[in-house]
Design a protein around this ligand. Structure first.
Ligand code: HEM
Length: 538
């Protein structure tokens, strides 16, 4: 099913380099010593005590005891697939990234996920979905670690532990599982109102995708592209599913969650196995790289804001096709390590404070999750570009490095001739001018609008989508025990839209509060509504 990944010389690369089947004429220990029996412990007589000297018994049970690794602290539940990204070359004017040049074809691995549930939780819960793509480009690995919702709960990464603590199952009873229906979540989002926009997307049909194949994906942050002449452009990345965007209604999700908790995982694997390869078009919204980093009054460094597609159309730049299922879930889907800092020449980060924290967090968590700093050597994480780093030793080092431990400057070792300079296809950070500044712990004034885009989203919905949103808020808030939390969330809804607030308040049997802020003057955006997408036969 689908092409194997091979190097230009025809050698298997990445994960394929290390495929091992259970084969051979006899079993051995991990040391290669032949075994004659793996069914009985060594005992002092058939009914006697088991002997500690049985190395095979100890090795077999020791290894089994350590088969599991820690699950991801977030996005623990996921499903992955291999595929290929075919560039259209249409971004070549704005980026020098070689994998976006005309006709370039790049192997990829994609992992979809829920955020809050544990590894064994159900697929069809109401939650945000992860959409992470590893591009094994000839210039190194580029990871686009996105979600199916274009905005985030927080503007500053320092709030990430807070929002996750508020949303994850509670420490005492470990419930609820991957559902936002509890007091702590609504307590957080009603106090920290920048979360209202993302929460509204969660309460909409987007919170329950029909399948991974029918989800959009978003890079969320604004990135900075640089072309061969050094000119820069700010961009937001979008994945658009060829099958259109589709959701389950709440009742459907309850049934699929109960009858088949693997509903999304199974759908993806079955589709690929049957040759119905899912496809997404990658597109970019482009914005001039001005010192203000705003577009039409929208702060491009604020991850709680979108730029409506009417203001900046999404331009298609390539096609992703998922065409091969993983052959080993642990080796590939579980051990894959994405990182927003895995960039290639032509793509750079911006000063979005949410992105800055992520640049630290992924590498840091993976040192624990994948036991040491050498997880880039795990087959699924190996770049398909040649690696010549100065990193040595550490837990689970696979390479047998020869020569002295590398250091620079170095007059003894040929002066490390491999370092040829910045103009040889290297990743060079864009030399952005930084304004004179004083150290502060504060957000810019432009981050203080928390309601206008939630209102934009609500006003963009069709009547049936609004019904679903009202029902979702009513159901989820109905699960809260704390009256004060419900009331505070109703106040946030009043500041978004009084009609929405009134309907949810009626559902909860509570009075609808008056808005405390003037309502934002926004125009609905048809691109935000998903009703009417096609459902082609496959
Ligand atoms: C994992 C997306 C914000 C920390 C993930 C994954 C995705 C994702 C898709 C799963 C990757 C996989 O499949 O292996 C996002 C998006 C964000 C965001 C789109 C906002 C725009 C943050 C922030 C932090 C963070 C602010 C921390 C400051 C983590 C951690 C993991 C993770 C620790 C687990 C990684 C691993 O164990 O390999 N995120 N995330 N994320 N994210 Fe985020």
């Amino acid at each position: 099913t689908g092409p194997e990944t091979v190097s230009p010389t025809g050698q298997p690369t990445g994960a394929d380099q290390a495929r091992v089947a259970q084969s051979g004429a006899y079993l051995t220990t991990a040391q290669g010593t032949r075994l004659y029996d793996t069914d009985h412990s060594l005992k002092a007589g058939p009914r006697g005590p088991v002997l500690l000297q049985d190395h095979h018994l100890r090795e077999k049970i020791m290894h089994f005891d350590h088969e599991r690794i820690p699950e991801r602290v977030v996005h623990a539940r996921g499903a992955g697939a291999h595929g290929v990204f075919q560039s259209y070359g249409t971004a070549a004017g704005v980026t020098k990234a070689a994998f976006l040049a005309a006709d370039a074809e790049t192997p990829v691995f994609v992992r979809f996920s829920t955020v809050l549930g544990s590894r064994g939780s159900a697929d069809t819960v109401r939650d945000t979905r992860g959409f992470a793509t590893k591009f094994y480009t000839e210039e190194g690995v580029f990871d686009l670690v996105g979600n199916n919702i274009p905005v985030f709960f927080i503007q500053d990464a320092i709030k990430f532990p807070d929002v996750i603590h508020a949303g994850k199952p509670h420490p005492d009873r470990e419930i609820p599982q991957a559902q936002s229906a509890h007091d702590t979540f609504w307590d957080f989002v009603s106090l920290h109102t920048e979360a209202q926009h993302h929460a509204m997307w969660n309460m909409s049909d987007r919170g329950i995708p029909r399948s991974y194949r029918t989800m959009e994906g978003f890079g969320v942050h604004t990135f900075r592209l640089v072309n061969a002449e050094g000119a820069t452009t700010l961009v937001k990345f979008h994945w658009k599913p060829k099958l259109g965007v589709h959701s389950q209604v709440w009742e459907e999700a309850q049934i699929t969650g109960g009858v088949d908790p693997d509903f999304h995982r199974r759908d993806l694997a079955d589709a690929i196995e049957s040759g119905a390869y899912p496809q997404w078009e990658l597109g970019i919204q482009t914005f001039p790289d001005t010192p203000e980093q705003t577009f039409e009054g929208i702060d491009l460094l604020d991850a709680t804001k979108i730029v409506p597609e009417e203001l900046a159309p999404v331009r298609p730049i390539g096609l992703l096709t998922l065409n091969r299922n993983p052959s080993n879930f642990f080796a590939e889907t579980e051990q894959v390590a994405f990182h927003v800092g895995h960039l290639v020449p032509g793509i750079d980060v911006t000063d979005d404070p949410l992105l800055a924290g992520r640049l630290f967090s992924y590498l840091d968590t993976q040192i624990t999750r994948l036991a040491g700093p050498n997880f880039n050597q795990i087959p699924i994480n190996r770049p398909h570009a040649p690696v010549n780093d100065m990193l040595r030793d550490g837990f689970h080092q696979q390479a047998v490095h020869t020569g002295v431990a590398p250091y620079k400057p170095n007059s003894l070792d040929g002066g490390c001739p491999f370092f040829a300079g910045a103009d040889t296809g290297a990743f060079v950070e864009v030399p952005v001018e930084l304004p004179a500044a004083r150290k502060v712990r504060e957000a810019p004034a432009s981050f203080s609008d928390h309601f206008s885009q939630a209102r934009l989203f609500w006003l963009s919905m069709t009547p049936v989508e609004r019904e679903h949103i009202v029902a979702a808020y009513t159901f989820e808030l109905g699960k809260c025990y704390e009256q004060a939390v419900k009331e505070r969330q109703l106040l946030a809804l009043a500041n978004i839209d009084p009609e929405l607030c009134a309907q949810v308040a009626a559902g909860l049997g509570l009075p609808a509060p008056e808005a405390t802020q003037p309502l934002a003057d926004v125009r609905p955006s048809p691109a935000l509504s998903q009703v009417g997408g096609e459902w082609p036969a496959d």
